[in-house]
Design a protein around this ligand. Structure first.
Ligand code: FE2
Length: 197
């Protein structure tokens, strides 16, 4: 068995029947993948090595909430999913990133993948919420300035933790505005797939 995004997508669909949680996994995946591509370039990776590296980012995004529908409690999520993935033989880099996205797992965010997944999780949800309040429901109509404004509006998408978005940018060592722009662009480029065109 290979361990790439096609396998990750299949596992996500097997474990998660709800459309919005599937879409969340996909949205986080496209954002995380975009950071994987940047990091691969920074490291000077090429060919198969780069493709495999970026695939780990995309897979971690797809799989980070794979067990949430069946096992939403703090005792089980994301531990049940990680246990299953470990039995299948998924690389530890992906498993650690999934564990580290949960504050309470005790796994520190150290690798670039661990930091990128955390940084993209809440933001992808927030950008989706920003798109869904547009008359067109399209991510193409969302702009960074509007996202920044909505972040200050406490009543909007109340469940999304603003401090995780700003903290994510800090973890990645980039300004908040750049992080918003990177993820927005990544989602716009794949809007059709995400159902946000
Ligand atoms: Fe998530």
């Amino acid at each position: 068995m290979a361990f790439g995004r096609a396998e990750a997508q299949a596992i996500l669909e097997e474990w998660t029947k709800g459309e919005s949680l599937r879409k969340h996994g996909m949205a986080v995946s496209v954002c995380t993948e975009s950071y994987g591509r940047r990091e691969a370039e920074r490291l000077g990776l090429g060919g198969d090595e780069a493709a495999e590296f970026v695939d780990q980012y995309a897979s971690a995004g797809l799989l980070h909430d794979m067990d949430y529908e069946r096992h939403p409690s703090l005792e089980e999520h994301p531990f049940v999913g990680v246990k299953h993935l470990r039995e299948l033989g998924w690389p530890e880099a992906v498993l650690n990133a999934i564990l580290a996205h949960a504050d309470y797992s005790g796994v520190a965010r150290e690798s670039h993948l661990e930091r990128a997944l955390f940084a993209c999780d809440e933001l992808a949800g927030f950008l989706t919420a920003c798109a869904l309040v547009k008359p067109t429901k399209s991510i193409m109509d969302v702009e960074v300035a509007g996202v920044k404004k909505k972040m200050k509006d406490k009543a909007f998408a109340r469940a999304v933790k603003r401090e995780d978005i700003t903290g994510g940018a800090e973890l990645l060592g980039i300004p908040l505005e750049e992080h918003l722009g990177n993820c927005l662009k990544a989602m716009q480029e794949r809007a059709g797939e995400l159902g946000l065109a």
